[in-house]
Design a protein around this ligand. Structure first.
Ligand SMILES: [Zn+2]
Length: 462
């Protein structure tokens, strides 16, 4: 007899690095809100994103394809590659084809919109251009919200990627100013209106309440651990960051310049507070599933699209040419009903390219050939050191584009346009020149990898 279909809840926390979670050994109780549920948790210690930033990471997470296959609507968007290609299948579409109810709240991400294909297969979707389900609180927030949602979306189709960055940051600054004027930036929930963790979790709780009679797939995207950071007082670790200090922090991140140790620590305080905010809301999702006796038929996966550097190697956040662990490693927590007496730690390196096929298998559904990745669900359910890939690829489009091969704990970084090696990042995070042997190894594996991508595209298009 076929096993019962299992619900899936995917929770993505933008910019969350694993070493800032208590379950990974962090000094602060950032994820204590889900401590009660850790017994059934599988913790992947070596999970890597396939790409970054957000817009490049999600094609792998959500459709198990690489970002370079994304398409452009207009010829001047040549470098943008914003939209999921028509031939791919989103994880929601896969669940929908098995008669699941699918809902998503993207936290109003301007990089995960219906226009890009992220609402494909989703019956109830909250994201940019779909503001029907959440009302803004007041006039200024409505102004902000409408400007953010419509203007920036249109501007994204302009040619210069610097201009997009500029507008993006301009609106972050605008939001912070609005927050300051309203005196809400240090006390109220992170972000404005619908972008807070509370809005995302409330939406998910409602969806569960109304739709748990049939199998469901839910996706929630949280922005609370991403700049601009504004954790509410009750979750902040030190709430004494002034608007001026926040401005300095924002400027240093934007210009990639160093900060004083004191400000750097304040930035980390804000970041950790943001994480605690998101996990507090995630705790509510677990509580809801438990109260409805759904936890025994539901997998909950918590992960991120990339990490966030705090100047450990002379940079902030996740520039596309930096491949240190603080950029590429993501947390991957799987709450699996069949596990107990955990948490269970898995050392096997995994890639988020393989997450969508893994989710299907964890839900006891048939595999989907349009996913490029392969399932590593046995590593989660049976503690097997299941090796899906002996090498993991991380690709950023830039420009300039880079490819990074993660193998045997080291990372070989290659710059595609110049066809040259940037260097090798060792296990202990030191950059050294790539050896001749490593170069030969890279080229041979890269050839096979490129061929497998080509075959996959051909298969999906024929
Ligand atoms: Zn992101």
């Amino acid at each position: 007899m076929a096993e019962q279909k299992r619900n899936m809840v995917l929770l993505t926390i933008d910019g969350l690095r694993p070493d800032h979670l208590s379950i990974y050994g962090y000094k602060r109780p950032t994820d204590q809100a889900i401590a009660l549920f850790q017994k059934q948790m599988v913790v992947f210690k070596n999970a890597h994103t396939h790409s970054f930033p957000t817009i490049r990471a999600f094609p792998a997470i959500y459709a198990s394809i690489w970002a370079d296959e994304c398409t452009t609507k207009f010829f001047w968007q040549h470098f943008k590659k914003l939209d999921l290609p028509k031939w791919c299948l989103t994880i929601a579409e896969a669940y929908q084809s098995h008669s699941y109810y699918c809902a998503a709240h993207t936290g109003w991400s301007n990089f995960l919109t219906p226009g890009q294909g992220f609402a494909r297969g989703v019956s109830d979707f909250v994201g940019m251009l779909r503001e029907d389900r959440l009302a803004s609180k007041n006039f200024w927030e409505q102004i902000y919200s409408s400007a953010w949602q419509h203007l920036i979306y249109s501007f994204r189709y302009l040619p210069s990627s610097r201009l997009v960055d500029f507008i993006d940051w301009g609106f972050h600054w605008f939001r912070e100013t609005v927050n300051t004027l309203l005196k809400t930036n240090l006390q109220s929930a992170g972000g404005v209106g619908g972008r807070s963790a509370t809005a995302v979790s409330s939406y998910l709780l409602n969806r569960i309440d109304e739709n748990h009679q049939k199998p469901f797939f839910l996706w929630g995207q949280f922005h609370d651990a991403h700049v601009p950071l504004a954790p509410p007082k009750e979750h902040a670790f030190h709430a004494n960051v002034t608007p001026e200090e926040k401005k300095l922090i924002g400027s240093a991140i934007y210009h990639q310049t160093p900060l004083s140790e004191e400000l750097r620590e304040k930035l980390i305080d804000l970041y950790d507070g943001g994480i605690r905010t998101a996990f507090y809301e995630i705790g509510k999702v677990f509580d809801k599933l438990k109260s409805l006796n759904l936890l025994e038929h539901t997998c909950v996966i918590i992960t991120s699209d990339h990490g966030c550097a705090f100047w450990e190697h002379g940079y902030w956040a996740y520039p596309e040419n930096k491949f240190y662990d603080e950029s590429t490693k993501v947390p991957l927590l799987m709450h699996c009903p069949e596990r107990s007496n955990g948490p269970h730690f898995v050392d096997t390196p995994v890639s988020l390219m393989d997450l969508a096929p893994t989710m299907l298998e964890l839900s006891h559904l048939s595999p989907e050939w349009r996913f490029f990745g392969s399932s590593f669900s046995e590593a989660a359910t049976q503690s097997k050191n299941q090796i899906v890939r002996t090498e993991i690829w991380i690709e950023t489009l830039g420009p300039p584009p880079h490819t990074c091969l993660v193998k045997d704990g080291a990372k070989i970084v290659y710059r595609n346009d110049r066809k040259e090696f940037v260097g090798t990042i060792t296990r202990d995070s030191q950059m050294r020149p790539t050896s001749g042997k490593e170069k030969r190894c890279f080229h041979s594996l890269f050839g096979t990898y490129e061929k497998s991508k080509q075959n996959h595209t051909q298969k999906c298009n024929s």
